[in-house]
Design a protein around this ligand. Structure first.
Ligand code: PEP
Ligand code: MN
Length: 261
């Protein structure tokens, strides 16, 4: 399918797109504190999961709709744009109602065409930017299918997030990158904004920088990283989150290509 895509965001910072924020919105204070610490870093988009798809039951499954009001406060207080994950029609309706700027589709949703179609149908008629994570399994067709379903719903601002692929066996990664799959996607659809989610690829803090730098070296358009005021206490993905100060250091050390070219 031929797609005419637009850029997902204005990018006034002349550098790759920076998306950061906690894995999950936990409390109003935690969300606002993270946002206040990130705002001076001029990030492009603040992320926080409101509905969390957890692998096993009994884990924290997100604060749900009340957390959307916290993201609204982030916008009002800091001026940052905000994004959250949507997996069902009801999530889409609530997110749009609360003026979320960008929606993202998670890796466990991209694998399921019924779910992607449900999200696409709910978005139809609202040209809100959508970021689509790769499916958890290394299936480029499913990733392309999800992009096409969202495009057919009338969305022209589409980006993709490469967050790595499930792997059973020994690997230093939480999700193995298999860079060639993302590179092939970009080859087929050169206008797609390609973001690297180093947090979910690494699953740990000490390799976040090298994976982000590799993405920059491969000409990715940006990164998405999980940032929490007190990472060890995080209610989800504690091992991979970093503080706002550590994030600033990570970004400062990255060597960017020139985003204007
Ligand atoms: C997340 O971004 O916190 C998340 C749940 O990601 P993924 O869908 O990549 O597992
Ligand atoms: Mn997470």
């Amino acid at each position: 399918m031929e797609m005419k895509l637009q850029s997902i965001l204005d990018n006034p910072h002349k550098r790759p797109i920076i998306i950061a924020g906690p894995c999950s919105a936990e409390t109003e204070e935690q969300v606002l504190q993270t946002a206040r610490d990130l705002a001076p870093q001029n990030i492009d988009l603040f992320r926080a999961g409101i509905w969390k798809p957890r692998t096993r039951p009994g884990s924290f499954e997100g604060v749900g709709t009340p957390g959307l009001k916290w993201l609204k406060k982030v916008k009002e207080e800091t001026g940052m744009k905000v994004t959250t994950e949507v997996a069902k029609a009801e999530h889409v309706y609530q997110a749009i109602k609360h003026n979320i700027d960008v929606l993202w589709i998670g890796a466990r949703t991209t694998v399921n065409p019924f779910s992607v179609q449900e999200v696409a149908d709910a978005i139809e008629g609202v040209d809100i930017p959508v970021l689509i994570k790769n499916p958890i399994n290394p299936d480029l067709g499913l990733w392309v299918g999800a992009i096409e379903r969202i495009y057919k719903a009338g969305v022209t601002k589409i980006g993709v997030i490469h967050r790595g692929f499930s792997y059973h066996g020994d690997t230093p990664f939480r999700n193995v990158p298999r860079w060639q799959i993302a590179i092939e996607l970009k080859r087929r659809f050169p206008d797609l904004v390609m973001i690297c989610d180093n947090s979910h690829i690494c699953g740990r803090r000490d390799t976040l920088f090298e994976v982000a730098q590799q993405a920059m070296d491969l000409n990715y358009d940006g990164i998405m990283t999980e940032v929490h005021p007190t990472p060890d206490d995080a209610w989800s993905d504690a091992k991979q989150q970093i503080t706002p100060a550590q994030f600033q250091e990570l970004v400062n050390n990255l060597v960017f290509r020139d985003a204007t070219t």
